[in-house]
Design a protein around this ligand. Structure first.
Ligand SMILES: Cc1cc2nc3c(=O)[nH]c(=O)nc-3n(C[C@H](O)[C@H](O)[C@H](O)COP(=O)(O)OP(=O)(O)OC[C@H]3O[C@@H](n4cnc5c(N)ncnc54)[C@H](O)[C@@H]3O)c2cc1C
Length: 493
């Protein structure tokens, strides 16, 4: 029988959750599902960034842009040359229709039906045990801050008075196809959207302040992606120092000193475009929460938490982007699961802890870049001794017959063993291929066992077995070779 709780807003809740994005929604749904009394506060759109201005709309556009690109490559598949016919606005309408299909999963109605009391408005702490929303004071035993992040806007002289898009506006407010687009930031969001717009016929320039795009990735990965983007016509400027940006008539003019990708020297230049997209990192949504009243400590990276996701006030947790770690939907989901368990279970039962040792991520450029664990850069920085095994996609039959054989995978192992430290895959379906390695890393399965596992032919997943085979070949020591030769000789006599 369902529990009878006091009327909405009255008396004490088990949990009050601030923010209706992934971290908040998963926390609220799981708490209600386990029988807890939970309130969820959302000031804007249910579903947060991922549904409204992040993963969902960006991946919907990426799929249309890929289709356009594949049609342009018709001759590679033995077809006659084709030019895709499309309308920019219809591509955006399709993206919004995809989003609308997912929206009901995160709606107020659905969450109320799950037993969550949903409040609309800005949440603000009054004390460590009270939160106010729209004139109502909510009290709870525990609180979860899941207020997410937003686009950070860099200090560029003139940017304050130049109109620009961010991820919060580009999917809904860009109504006409611009002839050209300046993308400020060459991280995952900037690169994904740059490729989308270029494929939709917009002339794109990426301005990146770091010496490489996708700066978390190893140099070989980043330069491979940069070459692919440039081959599609995207202009990439690295080591960018900004002098000014201004709008004149209908165009935006940026004055920068920058180094074009593929060149060694930076030079001063003007970059002109119709529109600007700012994708230069994220900042936590701290403002307005009145964390001082709650005694919750934070930095400019987000709310400070321990590995059980408790803030400086042990009964107040933080989850998702605002917790200042990697900013991914799947990490927000993992955080929520850790928080739900820690809130429910008494501390003597042991704390659930965030474990990001095998955290996967994927950047949905084409070909995709997927990564988990240590990169070579990480291993070198930390002084970890490693072996590296690299397999080109051009050695994978399925990739060859599908005309998708650009890319490679590399696996780092503890030196002299098959224990996997990290993996990066740059390939069609890399984000899906990664999970065999993520499972292996999480559960201590080495490359030897991957080699010994039958992989269906012809699949992209054979790349994992081939990497395993590479490791096995290193075990063929001179002694082992001599032993095998002796065994064969003996068998012939
Ligand atoms: C363009 C783009 C593409 C992305 N693509 C991917 C991807 O492919 N894969 C991936 O894993 N991640 C992706 N991300 C990142 C992903 O969207 C975030 O990591 C994820 O949404 C974080 O979830 P969250 O719950 O922490 O925060 P959010 O989704 O930001 O939700 C926080 C919510 O809290 C609300 N809020 C804030 N302050 C208050 C307050 N004081 N009171 C009430 N409500 C408040 C906000 O309105 C918001 O709805 C992408 C992000 C962007 C911008």
């Amino acid at each position: 029988m369902a529990q009878a709780f006091p009327p909405k807003g009255q008396e004490k809740y088990n949990v009050v959750v601030i923010g209706g994005g992934t971290a908040g929604l998963v926390t609220a749904a799981a708490t209600a599902g386990l029988g807890g009394r939970v309130a969820l506060i959302e000031r804007a759109k249910m579903g947060g960034d991922c549904l409204n201005y992040g993963c969902v709309p960006s991946k919907a556009l990426i799929s249309s842009a890929r289709a356009i690109h594949t049609i342009r490559r018709a001759e590679d598949f033995g077809l006659r040359k084709l030019e895709p016919e499309f309308d920019f606005r219809e591509v955006f309408e399709r993206m919004r229709a995809c989003r609308a299909r997912i929206e009901p999963h995160d709606s107020v109605e659905r969450f109320e039906s799950l037993g969550v009391d949903v409040f609309r408005g800005q949440a603000r702490f009054l004390s460590p045990h009270e939160v106010e929303v729209d004139g109502v004071t909510l009290r709870a035993a525990k609180f979860v801050i899941a207020a997410g992040s937003r686009a950070g806007v860099p200090e560029i002289p003139g940017l304050k008075v130049v109109p620009y898009f961010t991820n919060e506006t580009i999917f809904d407010k860009l109504n006409e196809k611009p002839a050209s687009l300046l993308v400020i930031g060459g991280g995952p969001i900037g690169c994904e959207l740059a490729q989308v717009f270029q494929r939709l016929g917009v002339a794109v320039t990426i301005l990146q302040s770091a010496p490489q795009i996708l700066h978390r990735e190893d140099d070989d990965v980043s330069s491979f992606v940069a070459e692919r983007l440039r081959a599609e016509g995207i202009r990439i400027l690295l080591d960018t120092k900004w002098h000014s940006i201004e709008k004149k008539d209908c165009t935006v003019r940026a004055r920068v000193t920058a180094r074009p990708a593929g060149e060694t020297q930076a030079r001063e230049m003007d970059v002109v475009a119709d529109q600007v997209l700012v994708a230069a990192g994220r900042v936590p949504n701290i403002e307005g929460l009145n964390l001082e009243a709650a005694g919750v400590k934070y930095t400019k990276r987000g709310v400070a938490v321990n590995d059980a996701l408790q803030t400086s006030q042990p009964h107040i947790y933080a989850a998702g982007d605002i917790a200042g770690s990697y900013q991914f939907t799947h990490l927000a989901d993992h955080h929520a699961r850790v928080v739900v368990r820690n809130i429910l279970m008494p501390s003597w039962a042991g704390r659930a802890r965030v474990d990001i040792s095998a955290l996967p991520w994927s950047t949905y450029v084409d070909p995709e870049v997927a990564h988990a664990g240590l990169s070579e850069k990480d291993a070198q920085r930390r002084g970890v001794a490693y072996d590296v095994y690299t397999q080109q996609m051009s050695g994978v039959d399925r990739a060859i017959v599908s005309e998708t054989d650009a890319g490679f995978a590399k696996v780092l192992t503890v030196k002299g063993t098959d224990k996997i430290l990290g993996v990066t895959i740059v390939a069609e379906h890399a984000g899906d291929l990664l999970h065999e390695f993520v499972l292996a890393m999480k559960h201590g399965i080495g490359l030897g066992k991957i080699s010994a596992t039958i992989h269906a032919y012809p699949t992209y997943a054979e790349i994992a077995r081939k990497l395993g085979d590479q490791y096995q070949r290193t075990r063929l020591t001179p002694f082992a070779k001599k032993l095998f030769a002796w065994l064969y000789r003996r068998a012939r006599t």
